[in-house]
Design a binder for this molecule. Structure first.
Ligand SMILES: O=C(O)CCC(=O)C(=O)O
Length: 267
């Protein structure tokens, strides 16, 4: 085992215990059919308030202390790969810092993943208002289940029908961006409101077939396109707008192909 001495002491022992307790609590409240989002293809589950505000604060504070080199800066957001960088030849596993391992334990305690495919990777995304992520599917580097813990701001996650041949030809012809956006908009099928402290689970066709993305806007309008409203704490009315602030998402997944040796960071 390789050992590199970089400290990730972002979180105190007391806070680790708090988060661990939360993981224990969630293990007692297993995912069930009442969390299933109705009226969409199979299948998506939404669990609100899976962690407390205090636990959210601890995680946000730890994220804010991440050393600058941990971040990869993209034009529309910044991100961290935690647990290794997924690669078709196999991910070299890197030890997950304790403060994030608690979030992985929380998901692994809920029997969302099969026993032999436990979550071992986190993609940590940071979005400011007007930032988002282009519609995509997560692909074959991951076991086909996505779990996402949201922290900070709400967002709206949009789902799109798969790209058809016509769209590909349009893009290949270099048609202008406005037209591409229009064709994307035509493919938007439905959306979910993701509240802070919620956990979203996508599997089956919702993983393999439908694309998901977050539009680059500063506010989200609540419309009938949002299919999980009854599972949220939203108490407003259709037409209301929610202003975005900074959001952190932890997408916790299983990378099946890993190398035998592991990089370990810490004391
Ligand atoms: O931030 C999110 O909720 C979505 C992230 C995502 O789609 C991804 O990282 O692939």
């Amino acid at each position: 085992m390789l050992f590199i001495d970089i400290s990730f002491e972002n979180i105190s022992h007391r806070h680790r215990v708090l988060l661990h307790n939360s993981a224990q609590r969630v293990m007692e409240h297993k995912l069930n059919l009442s969390h299933k989002v109705p009226g969409i293809p199979d299948e998506a589950y939404y669990m609100k308030n899976i962690i407390s505000e205090k636990e959210e604060d601890i995680l946000l504070s730890a994220v804010s202390k991440s050393p600058e080199p941990c971040w990869t800066n993209l034009s529309n957001r910044r991100l961290q790969n935690v647990g290794g960088v997924p690669h078709e030849k196999g991910m070299i596993p890197v030890q997950i810092p304790d403060w994030l391992q608690t979030a992985v334990d929380l998901v692994n305690g809920m029997n969302i993943f099969p026993a032999e495919k436990q979550a071992n990777h986190i993609l940590l995304n940071e979005y400011l208002p007007m930032q988002g992520i282009m519609p995509h599917v997560d692909g074959s580097l991951f076991y086909p289940i996505i779990t996402t813990l949201s922290l900070g701001s709400h967002t709206v996650l949009d789902f799109y029908s798969p790209i058809d041949k016509e769209d590909c030809e349009e893009h290949a012809d270099g048609e202008n961006k406005a037209n591409q956006d229009l064709s994307l908009e035509k493919r938007r099928m439905f959306s979910f409101l993701l509240e802070p402290r919620s956990l979203l689970i996508l599997k089956d066709e919702m993983y393999t077939k439908y694309l998901h993305g977050i539009r680059e806007v500063k506010e989200d309008q609540i419309t009938e396109m949002i299919k999980n409203l009854d599972l949220t704490d939203f108490e407003g009315k259709l037409g209301d707008c929610l202003q975005r602030t900074k959001r952190i998402s932890l997408t916790i997944r299983n990378v099946p192909k890993v190398t035998k040796f592991k990089l370990k960071f810490g004391k």
